[in-house]
Design a protein around this ligand. Structure first.
Ligand code: 3IO
Length: 699
């Protein structure tokens, strides 16, 4: 089951000329793609662009009507390679993935595409996962645009601008024969707003196979001609297009001595900061002139000169490191002999998200303005007062496994195994299971990328006395782990343990389907079985264990880590993503209740009288529904464990108590709705027996 249903959004994709689209930035992009007449779309999910793929995949009927092919690529490299269609044919297409990490995976295909360039418009929608809300390493996708001579759009977070830049992006791509990256930051993806829709355009079909042309291949000597074309033809063509179509915007101000150059994606935050300092109103009128770069690569020297000339100083507002734009500006201003002083990272931080508060502090410094500085200081005083009143720092609230997650018991089992046989090296991976690196498990010595855990244990295993454990999700397995990890280990006769957490979806990115997904739905008529795949590859030691069977899992870990012999040992920990399961079960139960059919829900709880109050169960679980409450026994001080109603009945607490031989305080109950006659009879019998026994206690 996908994270949510997109029927409403698919309705938005059908809007026609003059109708109003209301929704999120990332969904405006899907509509803009259809309005631009794409022939194909594809990508690999990841925050913050997952919904683009989700919606397009669910909209397959509409896309079919428009003649648009959708490809759910198995990783970003596959997604990037799709753009070959626009290399060879005059058709438009777009692909999407997240950020630097996705572009890293895609970059082989991307460089080979950028070299010959394209004849049909090619767009890459990049979800720039940077800043406080990010889930990955903090780097800039900007570098890829620079090194491969791709153009980079960074539209200001405003739906009409985003849509306009997508549409113009295709034209720019065609006018300069260059693939265009559209960088959408977290805030741009999730900003809501509206724009006037246009009719969708059907995708142009590919008529006949293209003629052979060696010059279109990224092979020498073609590559030498490509490199020259990048600088001599494509770059000037792009700059001319950007100027002519006014892709960058100048917002005039009342002051003429200073100016601000800003990456388009930061425009809203900048306006908020200016407003805080009393230098702009809520409608976007600023005292200081602003040059808004909706295109952050390439820069256009004539526009820079025109904006800077005559001003005493300008501030480059550029998030992240290194300061590529500031360096380029500095060079361009020097070459044009512009004497305006350039500021940037001397006023603003080198690292970290440029929130409105951060920008306000930087602006006050840039302007050297006492009233502005006083406003910034006043906010600081408030913050310090609030901190002092709180007395201590607010505790962090890291993400964690969901209630009932099948991955939690695997870490509980590994913790128990380590208790018996000592610590092992654990290489972690990208996915929900990376929460095993957080308390109460705190396991994982490295995270090296998506599907990379086994490969990142390859040099550890041979030089340690104990087999390392690599943790990988089924998402990571298909994304990269099958090749970089499993094939690499078998090829090198590696020795180690791989535990594959098979929950059925790429869950962390929003429960998308993947090659081994069993659930009914899209593209899984022939699900690929991970166990069968591993066997065919040559894995000899393979166990499949139900995730929630903690004792069995613990013993399997021990056997895998300590067992005699040599070679890769793979444990498939099998348990469906609980979020997906709950969504499915809730709908099924609701239908059953409506039809008057019996529905059984399992719940767990703690017997207050038996709970020893040592909370070992919590230290081995960390389930959000397992918490503490005051001890009802007036003779005992220790709080007792308690299961709150968010419990989904996964049974882990009971399993853990059993496997770790903790106190037997957990009980299991079945809550039956629409009971059958037999259920009612059984219930009556039980009540009578229990009542009789309770009566005996007093006797
Ligand atoms: O969705 C996210 O936040 C992810 O980090 C998942 C992800 C998708 N594609 C990737 C490529 C490299 C590393 C992580 C991811």
């Amino acid at each position: 089951m996908a994270e949510r249903s997109f029927q409403h959004e698919i309705g938005l994709l059908r809007l026609g000329e003059g109708e109003t689209f209301r929704g999120e930035g990332i969904l405006a992009v899907t509509k803009a793609l259809l309005q631009s007449g794409v022939t194909y779309v594809g990508g690999y999910q990841g925050a913050p662009v997952s919904h683009l793929m989700d919606v397009l995949i669910e909209a397959e009927d509409l896309l079919g009507e428009l003649g648009v092919h959708v490809e759910a690529a198995t990783n970003e490299a596959g997604a990037a390679a799709l753009l070959a269609a626009s290399l060879a044919y005059p058709v438009r297409g777009a692909v999407t993935w997240k950020s630097v990490v996705g572009t890293n995976v895609a970059s082989d295909a991307l460089s080979n595409l950028a070299s010959p360039g394209v004849i049909g418009g090619a767009l890459i929608i990049i979800g720039e996962d940077y800043g406080d809300g990010a889930s990955v390493i903090q780097e800039r996708s900007h570098a890829f645009a620079m090194k491969s001579s791709l153009w980079l759009l960074d539209p200001r977070p405003h739906l009409p601008s985003i849509v306009h830049m997508v549409e113009k992006g295709f034209e720019l791509s065609e006018a300069s024969n260059t693939p265009v990256m559209v960088e959408l930051r977290i805030k741009a993806c999730h900003v809501t707003g509206s724009f006037q829709a246009k009719d969708n355009k059907p995708g142009a079909p590919i008529q006949a196979p293209a003629a052979f042309d060696y010059g279109r291949l990224s092979h020498p000597p073609s590559t030498f001609a490509h490199e020259a074309a990048k600088v001599e033809k494509r770059l000037p063509a792009a700059r001319a297009f950007i100027r002519e179509h006014k892709l960058n915007e100048v917002f005039p101000g009342t002051r003429d001595d200073v100016g601000i150059i800003v990456q388009g994606g930061l425009y809203n935050s900048l306006m908020r900061a200016l407003a805080k300092l009393g230098l702009a109103d809520a409608l976007g009128n600023s005292a200081i002139p602003i040059y808004c770069l909706n295109v952050t690569w390439p820069l256009v020297p004539e526009e820079i000169s025109a904006f800077c000339a005559g001003k005493q100083s300008v501030l480059m507002v550029e998030e992240g490191t290194p300061e590529y734009l500031e360096q380029t500006l500095s060079l361009m201003m020097r070459q044009a002999d512009i004497q305006t002083k350039l500021h940037g990272k001397d006023c603003l931080p080198q690292a970290g998200e440029y929130t409105a508060d951060v920008l306000a502090a930087g602006l006050a410094k840039f302007l050297g303005s006492e009233p502005a500085q006083a406003i910034v200081n006043a906010v600081d005083v408030h913050r310090k007062t609030a901190a002092a009143l709180l007395d201590k720092e607010l505790p962090g609230r890291p993400p964690g496994f969901c209630t009932g997650c099948p991955e939690r018991p695997v870490f509980a089992a590994l913790k128990l195994a380590q208790k018996d046989i000592g610590r092992t090296h654990v290489s972690a991976d990208i996915g929900c299971h990376s929460f095993g690196t957080l308390p109460p498990f705190s396991m994982g010595n490295s995270i090296l990328g998506f599907g990379m855990s086994l490969a990142s244990a390859a040099a550890v295993g041979p030089v340690t006395g104990k087999r390392p454990v690599a943790v990988m999700g089924d998402g990571g397995f298909w994304h990269n782990g099958i090749i970089s990890g499993v094939a690499g280990s078998l090829f090198n006769k590696g020795d180690g343990v791989l535990v594959i957490l098979q929950n059925g979806y790429t869950s962390a990115t929003g429960q998308q389907y993947m090659p081994s997904t069993l659930a009914e739905g899209h593209r899984n008529e022939t699900p690929m079985d991970i166990g069968a795949t591993l066997k065919v590859m040559g894995v000899k030691w393979l166990r499949k264990v139900r995730s929630y069977s903690v004792s069995t899992m613990r013993d399997t870990f021990k056997e895998a880590i300590r067992g005699a012999g040599q070679g890769l040992r793979v444990i498939i920990a099998d348990g469906e993503c609980q979020l997906a399961r709950q969504r499915r079960v809730k709908a099924e139960d609701a239908a059953k209740l409506k039809a008057g059919e019996k529905v059984v829900r399992v719940r767990y709880g703690v017997d207050d009288d038996i709970c020893s109050g040592d909370h070992a169960c919590i230290r081995l679980s960390g389930c959000p529904s397992l918490t503490i409450k005051p001890n009802p026994d007036p003779l005992r001080d220790d709080p007792v464990a308690s299961v709150i109603p968010s419990c989904v009945g996964c049974g882990l607490c009971g399993e853990v108590a059993h496997a770790a031989a903790l106190c037997p305080s957990f009980w299991r109950a079945e809550v039956i709705q629409n009971p059958t006659g037999l259920d009612l009879w059984l219930d009556g019998m039980r009540r009578r027996v229990i009542g009789w026994m309770q009566g005996r206690i007093g006797a």
